[in-house]
Design a protein around this ligand. Structure first.
Ligand code: PMV
Length: 323
């Protein structure tokens, strides 16, 4: 039986997805916008088999981990009108303890390898819709460069689109992952956003402001204005995290180490470095800067934060088949 192998890279949201209108279909309240990275990817192979199976990073998975993959494969099988089971082997290429979630790259690679192993060559809009059902942010990893997830209003209309038709990035941008803590995160994004939507009085304000930020971000990208991109992304991330403080019970992804790193970033900014941060459902930060400044910035930051692991990433490609 032929094996289909796909690679998908992770993406970092500059305008955040935080909150579902429909948890079953994974339809968000807001559009979001991300940059796909060249580091941190998942390589996944799928092959027709008697039963579904799942090997992740060399470990055979059973129980809930296998059930989650199998349920997602059911969605793909329904879509393609087949009952064919699949053997899945997946490898995450994320530097050890990078503290970065692999759900976006993982579900995007799984979508592409599984559909291909089932004999289908789907348009990327359909791949994006399917990946969305596995993990919302995965729908953006189908494409490279800057990508917008258009929230749509139902399953058919909620998918990602690249900002540039060639998925090219026309400015010198880099992302430095700052691993401030290796402690596992306290609240998964799924549970965190659900609680915030249901209980935080700040949530409607976030949704309103996300639409304004998205517009400004798209303008800044077209203008190649890296300072504006950084400013908008940092403010947008802080607004997302502010909604969590308003939830009942309140929660936060910030750790003391996160705040220390933010202070160091602010100090470097005061010294004239162009650097801003964004932050997702965990304590680690992603620095947004110019590629040409990245080495100097990493040196300056490392001197202030000797404990922090730093990994440099540049814009990367969309999901693709390698065999
Ligand atoms: O796709 P999920 O369920 O892992 O949620 C991702 C949520 C954030 O990373 C916090 C924001 C985003 O847009 O990626």
């Amino acid at each position: 039986m032929p094996i289909s192998t796909a690679i998908a890279h992770t993406n970092i949201a500059l305008i955040k997805y935080w909150g579902k209108k429909d948890a079953q279909l994974i339809l968000p309240y807001s559009n979001s916008l991300s940059l796909t990275l060249d580091q941190f990817y998942t390589q996944t192979s799928a092959q027709p088999a008697q039963e579904d199976s799942f090997i992740l990073d060399g470990q055979v998975q059973h129980g809930p981990a296998l059930a989650k993959v199998s349920q997602f494969l059911d969605l793909i099988r329904d879509h393609l009108n087949t009952s064919q089971k699949l053997a899945i082997t997946s490898q995450n290429h994320v530097p050890t303890a990078a503290g970065l979630a692999s759900s976006a790259s993982g579900l995007a690679a799984l979508t592409l390898s599984a559909t291909s192993a089932l004999g289908a060559t789907l348009p990327r809009k359909e791949l994006s819709r399917l990946a969305r059902r596995g993990s919302g942010s995965a729908c953006r990893s189908i494409y490279g460069g800057f990508v917008e997830w258009q929230k749509g209003s139902d399953d058919a209309t909620s998918y990602a689109v690249p900002l540039d038709v060639h998925e090219a990035v026309h400015l010198d941008i880099a992302i430095i992952a700052l691993v401030v803590s290796k402690r596992p995160k306290k609240i998964a994004s799924r549970a965190g956003m659900a609680s915030t939507v249901a209980t935080s009085p700040f949530y409607p304000a976030f949704v309103k402001s996300n639409a304004v930020d998205l517009k400004a971000m798209k303008k800044a990208i077209v203008a190649k204005d890296l300072a504006a991109i950084g400013q908008i992304a940092e403010a947008n991330a802080l607004k997302m995290h502010a909604t969590n403080l308003g939830a009942q019970p309140p929660f936060s992804y910030f750790l003391p180490e996160t705040l220390q790193a933010i202070e160091a970033i602010h100090e470097l900014r005061a010294k004239g470095f162009l650097c801003y941060f964004t932050m997702d459902a965990g304590p680690n930060l992603k620095l947004i800067c110019a590629g040409s400044d990245s080495e100097a910035l990493m040196q300056a930051l490392q001197a202030k934060l000797p404990e922090v692991t730093m990994i440099l990433a540049k814009p990367g490609p969309g999901a693709h088949l390698v065999s």
